[in-house]
Write a protein that binds this ligand. Sequence first.
Ligand SMILES: [Zn+2]
Ligand SMILES: [Zn+2]
Length: 118
Amino acid sequence: MSPPAMVCHLCGRAAHQVCTVCGRPFCPGHGGLRLYCEGSGQGGHVVTRALCDDDTPNQWFLANRYLVLLPTVAAVALVINFGCIQPGKERRDREWHQKVQEQHRDHQEFRRRAAFDH
Ligand SMILES: [Zn+2]
Ligand SMILES: [Zn+2]
């Protein structure tokens, strides 16, 4: 009285698991515990699920999603850095130069007046 043997829907051999997406059984050669992206956008997250080959997403991309995201984040950070912070820094530098020149002028004015007094 054993339950009917499951057979892989891809090759017809004895299956050991059932795909959690399509519900079809698969053998060790045509599926297994794999990364799967659940949800989408902000709510999306990667989980490990029993999947057949038909429903297996790109494992490399899911496993390396941070490696893929990192350069993107770095590029955005660079754009923000050059787009927003640098002009602000230039303005600060300009203001500082102006202040130094004003002080220099004041100093010259003081010296000229001191010379005039003598
Ligand atoms: Zn198979
Ligand atoms: Zn499947």
